[in-house]
Design a protein. Structure first.
Lengths: 141, 141
DNA sequence: CTAGGTGCAAAGGGTTTGCTACAAC
DNA sequence: GTTGTAGCAAACCCTTTGCACCTAG
């Protein structure tokens, strides 16, 4: 897998250490494909490194979230799920007043999508999505 | 407040008892206005009836949810919030294959709205919302 | 009367935190 | 050598559950 160089670079630039645990967690998220729970990630890594603690997984996930390397999807009921962040994929919020557009990470709509699929079996088209509304500046001004 | 008759009727029809606790919880939700947590509801009722247990609040909320009298909104991070269900207000899912439309409770988009407001200060226009996609039947058929 | 509901207390599950030893740099 | 991290265990928070008593119908 290429692209891991980015992760390493991002970690180092931010002054974080590249530990085996972080590499393994990152691999597990990437290889797992979809949206995985912290527990699933832990279960996967433990196969090859039995000492990894679930608390460490949570700390790493927080870190990766903060660095925008992974995205958290949390529907409330069960545990949160994590996926590799795809920086290019996003939707838009369009202000009806000033017409400016703001990026909106796919994860926001991913939560909605997951619920529609799970609860209704309805697979929404969310490819080119834009939400109209009023931005913070125009609302306060 | 009129409309409480509906609630009483719904409870009785379903074979449930009308207890003071249920009335008080329902009142607290209605009067609280927005989306309240179980703890906030409990805090409110306890002012006039100090014996109400938080577990009872949760049990009543589950019941009201099951009867579609209140709606649960759960963003994952903090505790779930509850609001009176407004049966008339809903959005639509439109199947791109069969063109049928399916009702979508406002609570689904309410979660999205809350996140956009909280995290970006962006107030989305979600009045007449329709989501395109493919329904369960057309996806399996 | 009698099923269903409440209060109390304790358990549960996911997530976070304090601390000491350890490893990346 | 420093300082951030991992492992461990315990705490945390919200929510659920078991059980004996009580109350709405």
């Amino acid at each position: 897998m290429a692209g891991h160089g980015n992760v390493v670079a991002t970690l180092k630039e931010a002054g974080y250490r590249l530990t085996p645990q972080r590499v393994m967690v990152l691999q597990a998220i990437a290889e797992g494909g979809g949206h995985q729970t912290a527990e699933a990630i832990h279960r996967e890594v433990v196969k090859t490194y039995p000492y990894l603690d679930i608390a460490t997984v949570y700390r790493i996930l927080q870190l990766l979230k903060r660095l925008h390397l992974v995205t958290e999807i949390d529907l409330g009921g069960d545990s949160a799920r994590y996926e590799v962040a795809e920086p290019n994929k996003h939707h838009h919020m369009v202000c009806r007043v000033c017409s400016r557009t703001f990026d909106l990470s796919t994860s926001y709509l991913e939560e909605l999508r997951l619920r529609l699929v799970n609860e209704f079996g309805f697979e929404p088209d969310l490819e080119h999505f834009a939400i109209g509304g009023q931005c913070a500046e125009c609302a306060s001004g």
